[in-house]
Write a protein that binds this ligand. Structure first.
Ligand code: FAD
Ligand code: NAP
Length: 339
């Protein structure tokens, strides 16, 4: 057995909230064999297994009575390419943002709007990561996962992943699929998506007239660095709530009461509200209770000012949820995975 299993390990360095809980046991898997060893060990010990990547979408509310397995497998390769596309495969443990840059440097576009998202390649399909009008489903090709119940390998093509807004089959079937590697079909000639938020303005400020995917990546990195807290400095898990999608009639009624309401019509006739606007409007932006707080620049992001526990952050999140439900009649759903 090559897998190194440690007992009673602090998970503080392994979750971007910086919450200090302990794992009963902890190991890092660098390849498929080590993943299989971990599955066999957990089954033999009758111990639950919690798979993590970069820990950037987790809220840990108590010590984890499980074997925590951090995916540390590495490797990126082009499986095939022609003059129009490249099919790229990356191991689950590859850090996401360097992977995006690697693709751009190889002349492969499509992921530029997803620059600077923390975490790993293997976790990206879990919530179909998205930003600035692009989701991974737009360039996703397929992935290989191991069925934790049977140990069998399974290939999933895009339609089988049931990707939706910050959601997928893998998120819904929690604990069943362990993603080993992911493949993306990336175009050489990019169709740029610049319509979201301040991307176009930022490119103009940068003096870019004919933007390339690399320019878009740089612009998005600059915007994100200014607005979002760096987890290395201030613990957070990005957006804490999903943007709620509500019926058009309810959105119209809210717009009458709150003319500044920020909403985006969806293809199915519903309206996606900016949850950050609702939270800010309710006065929570910059709020702090002990070390659990709401970011001063983006009300959608909960932050750990130092020693907040997972339960303190969860309790703040629940207060915000009930306040928003009471004021606006809108239910906010949490985005991070709770353990
Ligand atoms: P983790 O947090 O380690 O795990 C998340 C979930 O996936 C857990 O349930 C875990 O069990 C499961 N999991 C992890 N790896 C695997 C695997 N290999 N197989 C099976 N299950 C697995 N998200 C966005 O969508 N868009 C954004 O723009 C964005 N911006 C962010 C900005 C900041 C500052 C932060 C802190 C977070 C942001 N996020 C964003 C959220 C987060 O970065 C993404 O969801 C990311 O994909 C999580 O990756 P991770 O490796 O950290 O996953
Ligand atoms: P923002 O630009 O202030 O916009 C607020 C919200 O409005 C966003 O959540 C976005 O929805 C929506 N929006 C903006 N322009 C839109 C358009 N043209 N069409 C439809 N919807 C539009 O948001 P931000 O907080 O700075 O984040 C920028 C991007 O990064 C967003 O896409 C956001 O989702 C992503 N992000 C995600 C996380 C996370 O943890 N999930 C963290 C940081 C940033 P969407 O969220 O649906 O895109």
């Amino acid at each position: 057995m090559t897998l190194q299993i440690q007992n009673n390990v602090s998970l503080k360095p392994f979750n971007t909230f910086g919450v200090d809980v302990r794992a009963q046991q902890y190991a890092e898997a660098c390849n498929d064999d080590e993943v299989r060893e971990a599955l066999a060990y957990a089954a033999a010990q009758d111990l639950p297994l919690l798979v993590i990547g970069g820990g950037s979408n987790l809220l840990l509310t108590a010590d984890v009575q499980a074997l925590v397995l951090r995916m540390a497998s590495r490797g990126i390769r082009i499986l095939r390419e022609d003059c129009s596309h490249g099919l790229v495969e990356a191991e689950a443990g590859e850090p996401w943002h360097p992977f995006v840059l690697w693709c751009l440097e190889m002349g492969l576009a499509g992921l530029e709007n997803l620059s600077l998202i923390p975490g790993t390649v293997g976790a990206a399909p879990i919530q179909n990561v998205g930003a600035y009008g692009v989701e991974i489903k737009d360039v996703f090709h397929s992935l290989t996962a191991i069925d934790r119940q049977t140990g069998e390998l399974r290939e999933f093509v895009r339609d089988e992943c049931e990707f939706a807004y910050r959601d997928s089959l893998f998120k819904r079937e929690t604990g069943r699929w362990l993603i080993l590697r992911v493949r993306f079909l990336l175009p050489r000639v990019a169709e740029l998506h610049l319509e979201y938020g301040p991307v176009r303005e930022r490119l103009q400020q940068m003096g870019i007239e004919r933007a390339t995917p690399m320019h878009v990546s740089r612009a998005i990195c600059a915007i994100r660095s200014e607005k979002l807290p760096d987890p290395a400095v201030l613990g957070n898990a990005g957006s804490f709530f999903k943007n709620p999608v509500i019926a058009q009639a309810q959105a119209a009624e809210l717009k009458n009461r709150y003319p500044g309401l920020v909403g985006y019509p969806q293809a199915d006739g519903q309206v996606k509200l900016a949850a950050g606007w609702l939270i800010e409007q309710a006065g929570w932006k910059g709020f702090r209770d002990g070390d659990a707080g709401v970011h001063v620049l983006q009300a959608l992001v909960l932050v750990n000012h130092g020693q907040a526990t997972g339960t303190q952050l969860l309790s703040l999140a629940r207060r915000i949820q009930s306040d928003i439900a009471e004021r606006f009649g809108v239910t906010l759903e949490m985005e991070p995975n709770l353990y």
